[in-house]
Design a protein around this ligand. Sequence first.
Ligand code: AMP
Length: 330
Amino acid sequence: MKETVLSGIRSTGNLHLGNYFGAIRNFVRMQHEYNCYFFVADWHSLTTHPHPRDLHANVKTVLSEYLACGIDPEIATLYVQSDIPEIAELYLLMNMNAYIGELERTTTFKEKVRKQLDNVNAGLLTYPVLMAADIIIHKANKVPVGKDQEQNIEMARRFARRFNTIYETEYFPEPEGFSFSGNLIKIPGLDGSGKMGKSEGNAINLADDAKKIHQKVMRAVTDAGPTEMNQTPPEAIENLFKLMEVASTPETVIHFREQYAKCRIRYGDLKKQLSADIIRLTAPIRTRILEIQADDAYLAKVVKMGAEKARISASATLRDVREIIGFRKF
Ligand code: AMP
């Protein structure tokens, strides 16, 4: 039997290069070989309190961008999370076996507490439980994600294992993070630190036009240049090399790393090359995004088909789970 793969993305803004290289590219490559489920996580997006006016548009954006990256909705199951009520019920059931202490210790939760002190809601705390429900509702084995999600995947494994232990069953497989490169990756931002992210304001979006990409790359943080031969680059410069490693050819990366090692690097040249390579990669995706976004009838068809397929698998799991927990009909 084919292994099941699942991945999802919050509908909180445009997809960026981090989403693409961390998650989407991997699962686009997997859709022909595995039983694949991809979803737009609109419930997850509520933790940041989007205005009702924007909620639907955000889902439409992410859905169109997913499709433009090459997900084939005839082969894979592509759906919107809130169309599958079974996920909400499984989330409720899984919450009973998730402990406050372990949720409070999650890195992503601690980060949110730091960043949005005025909105530390319970949804943020139980985010890993909803994520576990998203994954195990289809009994997924592999989850293409970036490195930032490693701990949440570990929590999903733990919740699946705990369910199996409590109910003395082998029902849920323990899901694992997946990347073709072998290690989960983190795409850095252009601001000299951390990761590329929607809320960090340091991202190159797949929908950005060539001019915007060029501007963003040319403004990326650099320094005065290396002062010694074979020096280790500081984080801001290493970030640019990391972006090159995913967007450019290996020869280009070697060339610029050598220039750096020999103290001959010209950051202007490096940035021009990097922006040209990113534009080459994203331009066809951007064209598709614009086409798909203008086609509401197509999007409606995709979402309906996806919800029907996803609910078949989700309702079968939920039926089994209720039975295992001990719910019986009168
Ligand atoms: P998010 O945009 O936080 O909803 O993340 C959606 C998916 O993109 C998850 O699988 C993340 O791990 C992945 N992702 C987001 N940002 C990055 C990044 N900078 N590098 C690698 N993967 C990322």
